[in-house]
Design a protein around this ligand. Sequence first.
Ligand code: LLP
Length: 411
Amino acid sequence: MDHFNFKQGELFCEDVPIKNIAEKFGTPAYVYSKATLLRHLDVYQKSLESLNGIVCFSVKALSNLSILKLLDEHGSGFDIVSGGELHRCIKAGIDPKKIIFSGVGKSADEIALALKVGILSFNVESESELKRIYQISKNMNLKAPIGLRVNPDVDAGGHEYIKTGKKENKFGISFEKALDIAKEYSNKSELNFLAITCHIGSQILDLKSFKNAAEQMLDLANRLDQIGLEIKIIDMGGGLGVRYIDEETSAPAELMEIYQDVFSGTNKRIFLEPGRSIAANAGILLAKVEYLKNNFLITDAAMNDLLRPALYKANHQVVPLLEQNISHNKVDVVGPVCESGDYLAKEAEVEIKEDEFLAIRTAGAYGFVMSSNYNSRPRACEILVEGDDFRLIRQRESHDDLFKHEIDLLK
Ligand code: LLP
């Protein structure tokens, strides 16, 4: 469910006509609905209550400071994967005790900063990383909270690039290795083994994979209990798929029923790291049609603004701002970047004139965060809608922003 709907034939975000936003702030622009974001967070939180769990929003999906602050104010925790995301969370005023740090390549500096501010847990992805964390904690005279990220060898997720739970992927540690590591390091006073964690992929439509992974995680937790290492948290990662066009999806509540079923008998807390299922359909990319050419709508938004179609052949629905402009004529929506891979949608069912606007839906997750300055295009602005009000939460980049870090060697 989202809050982008036609009302009397005109596309609205909550109670704001999208056209008003385009006219005020220009295009391309990312527009987010506060009510949609909070609704999704709330569904997860309510269902996790009985499992004493925390929702840790995956910052990589949508990392604007105002959005992080909003989710923080509504009780979210956060899953980060870089020092940059940690800095964002700190800047947004988030308590580090609500942050878990995932990722296969944490640098020494990133680990030291996370230890210094006192994060909730490191989701450790290899023995080498554990050794590094151990060494740094020892040097800093601090105790590191540890979650072992295991790889349940489950084949789940959309595009090959976003599957993470198969043994040939770079993520996590095998179950056997995790047991060995836990035995070997559990007596180190610098390490506090708190959690086991997994994340089996993204845009997962089949709930069976989550069930399979959850059962394996419960089994591992029991085996750790048996060797006297009683972890307190099972973190199931994110991964729930959303509807871009006509995918058969499941609601977060259905996924939560599975977790409640599998974990009902355990005293462990259950953590989740959803990104896409909270943010994707809470955002659109708003663009203007510059030119009509043959069967192409050439817009002022491009692959640098929304990379998913070019990178994963992802499909996003395109809608006009007036319902009457939905059409059976199919057009390709493309950007001005000099590559044939620069498209936003194939066979979109819209009939729009030059200088009119269109919306690319389900762009709230992995949209702005993956944008770039390719072709020296300034990044789009971001706008948050709340009821009948809307405000800028990131300015459109200027041309000066494009080269502000470059050094002039030519003088
Ligand atoms: N936790 C970890 C450790 C992750 O690696 C990810 C996503 C998540 C949680 C959140 O997963 P979600 O609930 O959003 O599926 N750029 C790609 C998606 C990459 C996902 C990477 N990991 C895309 O646009 O489809």
